[in-house]
Design a protein. Structure first.
Length: 195
């Protein structure tokens, strides 16, 4: 009988729940469409793989032992997320800005995972709570594959949901309300870093 590793359920629940990536992908799907958001989706999946893999190799444990470095990283992450929330709050539909706005690139999405506190928290909890039987390299690979594979489907789902929302968000007032709510949700995720 085949049983599923409980790690997969934990990773799915952690990554599927709202956080910075979910907010940004819903917004990008609604604002730019599904296809233009694909580099962002693939960048998130690659970035969480690197973050989770490094956590499995022991970087997460090292960060937990260095509270000053952890605080600095939290401040950088909160600042970047608040800046993204401000940009989102000021944004409009792509057609209204004559091509000036664009979704995250692959590289931007990968780099964002390095300061995404939710991904680090889930990766450290997964490494501590669901350890594998192998050594550090095996654990790093196991976490990287679990996070990237699951997160790819999570990102596809939320981007598609955002793209579907675009059909409902027709009027300027409705669109402005949506963008405001999404910007506030993103800003709130920055505040959760310090809990």
């Amino acid at each position: 009988m085949v049983t599923l590793d409980p790690l997969y359920f934990f990773v799915f629940a952690g990554l599927f729940s709202p956080g910075p990536n979910v907010v940004m992908l819903i917004t990008s799907g609604a604002r730019f469409g599904f296809r233009p958001t694909l580099p962002h989706i693939l960048g998130v999946a690659a970035g969480v793989a690197v973050t989770a893999g490094l956590t499995g190799l022991g970087l997460g444990a090292l960060l937990a032992q260095l509270p000053v470095l952890t605080l600095v990283l939290k401040l950088i992450a909160a600042g970047w997320i608040l800046w993204l929330a401000w940009r989102l709050f000021q944004s409009t539909r792509m057609a209204e800005v004559e091509g000036k706005a664009q979704p995250f690139t692959f590289v931007e999405a990968v780099l964002f995972q390095w300061v995404n506190p939710k991904v680090w928290a889930i990766a450290m909890a997964a490494a501590a709570g669901f350890p594998g039987d192998g050594g550090a390299v095996s654990e790093g690979v196991r976490l990287a594959l679990a996070f990237s594979g699951i997160n790819l489907f999570v990102c596809l789902f939320w981007t598609f949901a955002g793209h579907g929302l675009a059909q409902v968000l027709r009027g300027p007032a409705i669109w402005r309300g949506f963008m405001t709510v999404m910007a506030l949700a993103l800003a709130a995720s920055a505040l959760l870093i310090f809990r």
